[in-house]
Structures are given as C-alpha cells and as structure tokens.
Design a protein around this ligand. Structure first.
Ligand code: RB5
Length: 147
C-alpha cells in the first residue's frame, strides 16, 4: 500500500490537503485527483476517479473524503473489487484492514478533526489483512456484486 490515490469534494479540500501532507511526510506516494477549488462538486465523480485508478493498479489504495464520508463510501462501494470503509477512529481503521481488507479509506471532514485523521491514517497504514477465515467472507462479498 505504498501508493495512495486521494480525492475529496468541496467539503473536504482542507482535510485532503492535510492528509496529503501527512501521507507524504510518512513517505507515501500520493496522487491527488481533486477536487481543487472551493466550488461545489459532486462527490460520486471523485469516488469514481479514485476507484477507477486503484482498480488499474494493484499496488495502490484509495482515500476519499467528503463532509461525512458517507456519500463517498456509498459511491465507492458500487465499484467491483472496491471495499471502502468509513472510519471515525483508529480502531475502525485497523479492523477495516485486518478483517475486511478494505482498499479505500473514507473520512468525514465535518465529523473528525485533524488529530483523529492522523491516528486513523496511522492505523490504516500499519495494519495488514489477516487473511484466514476472513478470505471466505470477502469472497462472499465479491459474489454479492453480481446480484
Ligand atoms: C456536501 O455538502 C456533502 O453532502 C458531502 O460532502 C458529503 O457529506 C456527502 O455524503
């Protein structure tokens, strides 16, 4: 999970910028797909940019930020192979990696502060998927995508 593709809507430009700075400080390669300005944009467009990018690059994972993180997570989970997890704390982020092998981290800029954001990112980067019994569950999730 060296490369991280990140996107946000207008509600999370500042948090996205802080997340990019933090990830780069930690030595991660970050690709910012926008949004860039203060004008209102639609979060599904940025969820699509991030998900399409990481679906083509097995080395990459994603981060999506909107006001609540909810819209981004709903949109991202429409994409085959994407497991997006909305995390408000480090415990959720570590479990999303360990049990769900989540490949997109969603954050809510209006729900958490920058300190929480950093601790969530730390947990997200530190924890690996446990595999084992969780693999079958992910396979079952993948089958739901075709329904
Ligand atoms: C934008 O106002 C807001 O709806 C969006 O950032 C997000 O919270 C949606 O889930």
């Amino acid at each position: 999970m060296k490369k991280i593709v990140i996107g946000s809507d207008h509600a999370a430009i500042e948090m996205k910028s802080a997340a990019i700075d933090y990830l780069r400080k930690l030595g991660r390669e970050v690709i910012d797909v926008g949004a860039t300005g203060g004008e209102r944009v639609d979060y599904p467009d940025y969820a699509a940019k991030v998900c399409e990018a990481i679906m083509q690059d097995s080395e990459a994972s994603g981060a999506l930020i909107c006001g609540t993180g909810i819209g981004m997570s709903i949109a991202a989970n429409k994409f085959n192979g994407i497991r997006a997890a909305l995390c408000h704390d480090a415990y959720a982020a570590s479990m999303a990696r360990a049990h769900n092998d989540a490949n997109v981290l969603c954050l809510g800029s209006r729900s958490i502060g920058l300190g929480a954001m950093e601790s969530i990112i730390d947990a997200w980067l530190k924890v690996d998927f446990e595999g084992g019994r969780h693999c079958l569950r992910l396979e079952k999730i993948a089958k739901l995508e075709t329904k």
